[in-house]
Design a protein around this ligand. Structure first.
Ligand SMILES: [Zn+2]
Length: 332
């Protein structure tokens, strides 16, 4: 069990209190009378025009070149606690040294880490909330940050630029993802709703939010909402395009926890909502601070050109082909 024996832990307890007060009421679920199509009955905002999740159609996105998305404090080892809140498993961490993100589409401020949690489905063909080209991923991680100017999650959810959520997609694979073993092995200990447990060893956010080989500048971004009641439209979403991998068995472990509705929480993703008048941007970095700059920048530029003048490029390709054909005939 979690025992507040040090000021270190007291900080964590304080944050838990804030998280809990910001949490929605208990009466929502993912099935039947309490399911997503009824959330609007109790929470007017859930039928707003800028809701999440959405389907991201790659041929409809607008390319953009934001400044580099930056992270700080992710390498700090943190005492961490996991909670089954009846809707997901949520991790909160000691933040006496805050973890922050800034830059990218977050032009007007710094955002501070609050918690992270997961969404999954009944099987590995569904589970993510946002979709890409109507493709569902098996799982999605949400890392929730609030704008530092607003000082707390509770205050931030009352401002249109209050929150930033980093979304990571997962595909199912045969190989276990070792970083996630720490979480998967503790899940049976939070099977019951409202149960909590503390990780034996401290966790480092970078293991989850900055995994090796993931291009953190390749993302989609758009304005949306919390995907659970009260569905507040206060979130800048940043969805990393490349999926991570978990084994089928690791994903299955999440389906073993109990839900607020008294069954197994086999799925907890909200269906996609209309895009309405919103634009989804795809970040094409103009310059990246890593040794592969040249290549990545070149590839990005190429993609941008391809996107901006696809028809023109096709015309050029056709012309080159015709010249080549004419030369071949002539040489014969
Ligand atoms: Zn979420």
């Amino acid at each position: 069990m979690f025992r507040p024996v040090t000021p270190f832990c007291a900080t964590l307890i304080g944050l838990l209190a804030i998280s809990r007060s910001a949490e929605a009421h208990r009466e929502f679920g993912y099935n039947g009378a309490h399911g997503p199509s009824h959330w609007g009955d109790d929470y007017q905002t859930c039928i707003g025009k800028h809701q999440s999740p959405i389907n991201i159609e790659e041929h409809d996105v607008r390319n953009a070149s934001y400044s580099s998305l930056e992270f700080s404090g992710l390498d700090v080892p943190r005492t961490s606690q996991i909670t089954n809140n009846g809707h997901t498993v949520m991790l909160v961490m000691n933040v006496s040294v805050p973890a922050r993100i800034f830059g990218g589409p977050l032009a007007n401020g710094t955002y501070v880490f609050e918690q992270m949690h997961f969404h999954w489905g009944e099987n590995d063909t569904e589970g993510s909330e946002d979709l890409i080209n109507n493709h569902s991923f098996a799982m999605e991680l949400h890392a929730v940050f609030f704008k530092e100017d607003y000082r707390s999650m509770t205050d931030a959810i009352h401002h249109s630029d209050g929150l930033a959520v980093l979304a990571y997609f997962f595909e199912a694979d045969d190989e276990p993802n070792l970083a996630y073993d720490q979480i998967v092995t503790i899940l049976p200990r939070v099977e019951a709703v409202d149960s909590k447990d503390v990780f034996t060893d401290p966790l480092r956010l970078e293991d989850f939010l900055k995994p090796k080989d993931l291009n953190l500048q390749n993302y989609f971004t758009y304005s949306g909402s919390l995907t659970t009641p009260p569905c507040s439209e206060v979130v800048t979403w940043i969805d990393f395009k490349e999926p991570l991998r978990l084994s089928h068995k690791q994903i299955a472990a999440f389906r073993g926890i109990s839900s607020a509705e008294g069954q197994k929480l086999t799925h907890n993703f909200r269906p996609v909502q209309p895009l309405e008048d919103r634009i989804v941007y795809h970040n094409i970095p103009a310059y990246q601070m890593n040794p592969d700059n040249e290549l990545q920048n070149h590839i990005s530029q190429h993609h941008r050109l391809e996107k901006i003048d696809h028809s023109g490029q096709n015309k050029i390709s056709a012309s080159v082909f015709l010249i080549f054909l004419a030369l071949s005939i002539h040489l014969k």
